[in-house]
Design a protein around this ligand. Sequence first.
Ligand code: NAG
Ligand code: NAG
Ligand code: NAG
Ligand code: NAG
Ligand code: NAG
Length: 423
Amino acid sequence: MRRLQNLLFTFCIALRCVTSAVGVIHMTGYVGSAVKVSCSYDEGYESYEKYLCKNDCGSDDVLITTSKSWKMKYMIHDDKKDRIFTTTISDLHSEDDGKYWCGVTRTGSDIYTEVKLKVVKDHCCDTVTKILSYQGYSVSISCPSEPQYQNSLKYICRGNRPSTCLQQALITSYNKENGRFRLDDDKMLKKFTVNITSLRQDDSGSYLCGVQRNFDLDVFSAVELKVEEFCCVKSTKINGTVGHPLTLQCPYPSQHRDNRKFLCKGDQHNSCTEMLMNQSRFTLQNASSDTFVVMISKLEVADAGTYWCGSDSQWRVGNYTKIQLSVFPQSTLGKKNPALYVIPPVLLLICILVLVYKYRRSRIEEAVLSLRRNASRKKEVIDAAQSKIYKNQGVVTSNDQSTSNVYEEVDVEVHYENVTASE
Ligand SMILES: *[C@@H]1O[C@H](CO)[C@@H](O)[C@H](O)[C@H]1NC(C)=O
Ligand SMILES: *[C@@H]1O[C@H](CO)[C@@H](O)[C@H](O)[C@H]1NC(C)=O
Ligand SMILES: *[C@@H]1O[C@H](CO)[C@@H](O)[C@H](O)[C@H]1NC(C)=O
Ligand SMILES: *[C@@H]1O[C@H](CO)[C@@H](O)[C@H](O)[C@H]1NC(C)=O
Ligand SMILES: *[C@@H]1O[C@H](CO)[C@@H](O)[C@H](O)[C@H]1NC(C)=O
């Protein structure tokens, strides 16, 4: 690559010098870099002094002469064999932009060749193409080119400094494949394409597409690539307890109602294990129009981990939920909430008190009732209705007691409520 560049440069110098015999030499350089101004001269002037001057070439305008070949940021070299003398101007600044003259000192009037130097900023470009992709995916960067450059060298580099882009190229059209990078030169479509596979987050940043030009600065276009972590519509964290059931909720777009729902376990979405197909403890429950639910029947310690769920037949960015499940052993929960062990005895006590109170009250009521037996018919009707209500309550209570332990607390509360309500 270097060799080729040197070759091209020599060729370029030669051509420039040919042009210079006819007219003005046009040169362009980047701020901060160096430029070589080469001028040829006719046979017979080999031993004459050569120089470079600026503007009107007055005595103060002479920058460097071959009698002192190095001065400040200027360097001059006279190639007497090829009859070309070259001045290198290093560390270009915008003030260096302007008109120069190559001169050959002789008695009478000197021989001049005009040079126009343009200094441009080493930064590209005003328009930047933005590309967003995701970790692990591949991206295709489309770089513009023109038909007249169809045989030119194409390349891409990181950053946005044109002056160093070719030296630091990631890949060129001479070396089309390099690791995760591939360059395809599509001559018909006025573009070349750079494909980067297995994207990483550190691939994010600026890139320059370059097209080499032989007689001028290369043409560049800028790309800003952003590689985001692969994720999801939603990311949730959930805690569960060993031995207990747990439900995982997964939202999905309603238009996916008939799609296959999936729940997949693994640190990476692209290498996770489908859980709904194979695991009997995982069941898909009937879903609402925008969320489906997976029930895990008896949580195990090994169920902890990262889950991905969705409703798209293909993995597509932004269409799944990431769930991070932590599973805690049962004892941890007990230790953390000693209140749970204190509450049942207290409730039991209340329960007993309530029952005793109720029993006594009903005995009193019975006594009152018997005393009122002799009262009017109207009163009897009311009393009958009242006792009916108490009977009904009795039925409800016995039903509740026949259900599982889980409901015991609720049962107690029912009694308690009845008491407060009747007071
Ligand atoms: C990049 O190249 C790979 C491998 O040839 C291909 O599978 C992928 O589709 C390409 N990516 C793009 C965005 O063109
Ligand atoms: C899960 O447990 C951790 C550790 O005990 C706690 O910090 C976190 O807040 C819990 N998260 C939820 C959603 O309960
Ligand atoms: C289901 O489980 C069997 C045995 O554990 C395993 O060989 C198979 O690969 C699993 N299938 C899927 C889709 O995970
Ligand atoms: C979901 O509901 C439909 C009817 O509404 C029923 O046919 C289907 O069996 C239910 N599926 C599950 C997993 O409960
Ligand atoms: C999910 O995918 C569908 C198409 O498959 C798309 O219309 C929708 O916008 C996606 N949802 C999100 C949140 O990206």
